[in-house]
Design a protein around this ligand. Structure first.
Ligand code: DSN
Length: 414
C-alpha cells in the first residue's frame, strides 16, 4: 500500500488487520481461496473506473480500445480453458450469472427444478428466501437420506411430474460428483434446459481433475474466486445457439458497465489456470480434502456420504454432542475458519446446524499437504472437545499460529 495509508489511515489499518488475519488463521471455508498477487494487481488496476457499456466493438462509451482488447482476451481464454462455444464474463457475481440464465430463456413463472438448499443446493437455485423463487416456480430434489447422494430416480420422477422448463444441477455443500450426462438425459426427456452451476468446483474442472459439465449442459455458470483462485465475479458459458440471449440479458437487460478491473482479474486467473502448477494445486486440493475426510473419521466424526470426491467435506458433529454454531465459534476463537452448515435431514435450524463444512482449497494454496491436514484435524478436534476450556483453547490457538507461520500465504506466492 503506497497511497492508502496517507489518504485514509483508518481503511489502511483495517486492510492491514485483514492481511494479518489471513496470514495467521487457517481458512477452511470451502467457497474461499487465496488468490495470487497478480489477480489483486489486475483488480486494483486503472481499469477500475472505465465505463464500457456493451460488448467489444459495440460499446456505448468511447475510449474502449483497451477495454475491448481485454474483454476479447479474457473471453478467448475462458472458452479455451473450458472448451465452451461462448463465454460471458460480465456478470458481477454467481447469483447475477444464474439470474441472467433464468431470464435469458424463461418467462416469469416458468417451472424450474433444482437441489434443495438444505441438501447442498444454493440460495439462487430457488430457495424461498431468494428473489429467484419470487420470479420462477421452483420444485426441489434432494439426496437419498440413506446414501446422502443425489437420488437421480427422484429427479427423473419430479421432472416427469412437474414438466420443468429448466433443470439446475450444482451445489455448494455436496461432497460428491454429479452425473451431468444423466442430468442432461433427464432434461432432454422433458425438453428442459440444463443449467449447471459449478461455482465451487470450477478450478477442479479447469484442471481436468473431475468431469466437466460443459459438453452436457446448455448453460454453465460459476464464480472465479473459489477453487479457481481468482477474484470475485461471475461467468456464464453456453452453447452458441443461446449466446445472443445471454448477451442481451446481461447487457442491457440486467447490468450496465461491466467491472473491467474484475474482468482483467478473470483473464489473469484463466491464464494461470492453464499452467501445470495450477493443475498440481487442484490435484493436491482434492487429495487434501480426502485426507480431511479420513482424519475426521479416525477421530470419531461421521462425514456426510462417508467421504469426498471434490474439495469439501461435510462433518456431522452429532457424535461429539455439539452443534455447528458452537463449533464454528470455538474454531474461530483459535484461528480456524469454517462455516456451520446443515447436513441432509438436519434436525437443527440453519442458524444452528448439526454440521460444519470444511474445504481444502485455501490451505492447499498456501502449500500445506496431507501431513498438515492431520495436524489441522487434531487441532480442530482439540478445540471442539475443549470448547469450554479457555486454557486448552489457548494452546490450540498457539498451535494454529505456529502452523500458519510455517506456510505464509503471500510470501510463498511471491
Ligand atoms: N455460495 C457461497 C458458499 O458456498 O459459501 C459463497 O458464495
Amino acid at each position: 500500500m503506497h497511497y492508502l495509508p496517507e489518504h485514509d489511515p483508518e481503511v489502511a489499518e483495517i486492510v492491514r488487520l485483514e492481511e494479518s488475519r489471513i496470514e495467521d488463521t487457517l481458512d477452511l471455508i470451502a467457497a474461499e481461496n487465496h488468490a495470487p498477487r497478480s489477480v489483486f494487481e489486475a483488480q486494483g488496476s486503472i481499469f477500475s473506473t472505465k465505463a464500457a457499456e456493451g460488448y467489444p466493438g459495440r460499446r456505448f462509451h468511447a475510449g474502449c480500445r483497451n477495454a475491448d482488447a481485454l474483454e476479447e482476451l479474457a473471453n478467448e481464454r475462458a472458452r479455451h480453458l473450458f472448451g465452451a462455444d461462448y463465454a460471458n464474463l460480465q456478470p458481477h457475481s454467481g447469483v447475477s450469472a444464474n439470474l441472467a440464465v433464468y431470464f435469458a430463456v424463461l418467462d416469469v413463472g416458468s417451472r424450474i427444478i433444482s437441489m434443495k438448499l438444505s441438501h447442498g443446493g444454493h440460495l439462487s437455485h430457488g430457495d424461498a428466501s431468494s428473489i429467484t423463487s419470487k420470479c420462477f416456480d421452483f420444485r426441489h430434489y434432494g439426496v437419498d437420506l440413506e446414501t446422502e447422494r443425489i437420488d437421480y430416480g427422484e429427479v427423473s420422477a419430479l421432472a416427469d411430474d412437474f414438466k420443468p422448463h429448466m433443470i439446475v444441477a450444482g451445489a455448494s455443500s455436496y461432497p460428491r460428483l454429479i452425473d451431468y450426462e444423466r442430468m442432461a438425459g433427464i432434461a432432454q426427456n422433458v425438453s428442459a434446459y440444463l443449467l449447471v452451476d459449478m461455482a465451487h468446483i470450477a478450478g477442479l474442472v479447469a484442471a481436468g481433475e473431475i468431469p466437466s459439465p460443459v459438453p452436457h449442459a446448455d448453460f454453465v455458470t460459476f464464480t472465479t474466486y473459489k477453487t479457481l483462485q481468482g477474484g470475485r465475479g461471475g461467468v456464464i458459458l453456453c452453447r452458441q445457439e443461446h449466446c445472443q440471449k445471454i448477451r442481451r440479458t446481461i447487457f442491457p437487460g440486467a447490468q450496465g458497465t461491466p467491472s473491467l478491473n474484475m474482468l482483467a482479474a478473470k483473464a489473469v486467473c484463466f491464464k494461470l489456470a492453464m499452467k501445470p502448477e495450477f493443475r498440481a494445486l487442484q490435484k493436491k486440493t482434492m487429495e487434501n480434502a480426502a485426507a480431511f475426510a479420513d482424519a475426521f473419521v479416525e477421530k470419531g466424526y461421521r462425514v456426510v456420504t462417508g467421504g469426498t470426491e471434490n474439495h469439501l467435506v461435510m462433518v456431522d458433529l452429532r457424535s461429539k454432542d455439539l452443534t455447528g454454531d458452537i463449533a464454528e465459534e470455538a474454531l474461530e476463537s483459535v484461528g480456524i475458519i469454517v462455516n456451520r452448515n446443515v447436513i441432509p435431514g438436519d434436525p437443527q435450524k440453519p442458524e444452528v446446524t448439526s454440521g460444519i463444512r470444511v474445504g481444502s482449497p485455501a490451505i492447499s494454496s498456501r502449500g500445506m499437504g496431507q501431513k498438515e491436514v492431520g495436524q489441522i484435524v487434531e487441532l480442530m478436534d482439540q478445540a471442539i472437545v475443549n470448547h469450554r476450556n479457555p486454557d486448552a483453547l489457548e494452546q490450540v490457538s498457539a498451535g494454529v499460529v505456529d502452523l500458519c507461520r510455517s506456510f505464509p500465504v503471500y510470501i510463498s506466492q511471491g
